[in-house]
Design a protein around this ligand. Structure first.
Ligand code: MN
Length: 230
């Protein structure tokens, strides 16, 4: 038996300081996980976390270009700490959750904000707003063995050299271990799953020609340019 057309290459992320790569299975993203961003999006207080999913095929490597996506007039950046799991599990205890974390990265949860809003307004899924081609730029992975497990440190984004987002990882409402524990109540997590852990306040639009530079202390930098639509 053979495939009726050639099987695609597994989506994967490079690992800093290694020639190995990390195959990516699923991308989970947490919504509204920084208090100031939760406020700007209309939330209040410590609500239960919620998640959505992006296809692993939407990853874009550091230094890559993202094409302005179709069917939107409000294409937004969201700078996020990305957490890569090398160990799966169900009902993972938050106290042991960091044992499942292989590495960290800097990611951009690119969003068609107008389509996301349309989904919210009509009680429809967020997929068209969040899961589209090139919607998940991500830097190389920095192994936790090197960075340690990150609970604080600056996270910021500049667009064309101007600061647009700036916060501290300590401002997360749900910590990384809590996110892993919560997700694993609903899913059997698997090696290769990665989590975009939410964005701070200051989200906003970008257009073709804009250069995004995201940074997280202890992890590094992610630089991506927006180019005209395909
Ligand atoms: Mn996000």
């Amino acid at each position: 038996m053979t495939y009726v057309f050639p099987i695609w290459t597994a989506p994967a992320l490079p690992i800093a300081g290694s020639s190995d790569t990390f195959p990516v299975r699923r991308i989970f993203c947490v919504g509204r996980n920084y208090a100031e961003h939760q406020k700007e999006m209309g939330g209040s207080g410590r609500e239960q976390p919620f998640f959505f999913i992006k296809s692993a095929h939407s990853l874009v490597p550091n230094g890559g270009d993202v094409h302005y996506p179709p069917k939107t007039g409000n294409y937004h950046y969201e700078t996020e700490l990305v957490v890569a799991l090398h160990k799966g599990g169900r009902r993972i205890d938050a106290r042991h959750a960091t044992e499942h974390v292989f590495a960290y990265a800097v990611g951009l949860d690119m969003t068609r904000r107008d389509l996301q809003q349309l989904g919210k307004d009509h009680g429809r899924p967020w997929d068209f707003g969040k899961d589209f081609d090139e919607a998940a730029p991500c830097s190389s992975l920095v192994p936790a063995a090197k960075s340690g497990h990150l609970t604080k440190g600056a996270i910021w984004l500049q667009v064309n050299g101007k600061e647009r987002q700036k916060a501290d990882l300590a401002d997360m409402i749900w910590s990384v271990p809590e996110q892993i524990a919560y997700l694993s109540e609903y899913y059997t997590l698997e090696p290769g799953d990665i989590i975009y852990s939410g964005t701070p306040a200051g989200v906003g639009p970008v257009k073709p020609g804009d250069e995004m530079h995201a940074h997280i202390d202890g992890v590094g930098d992610l630089k991506v340019k927006v180019v005209p639509a395909l």
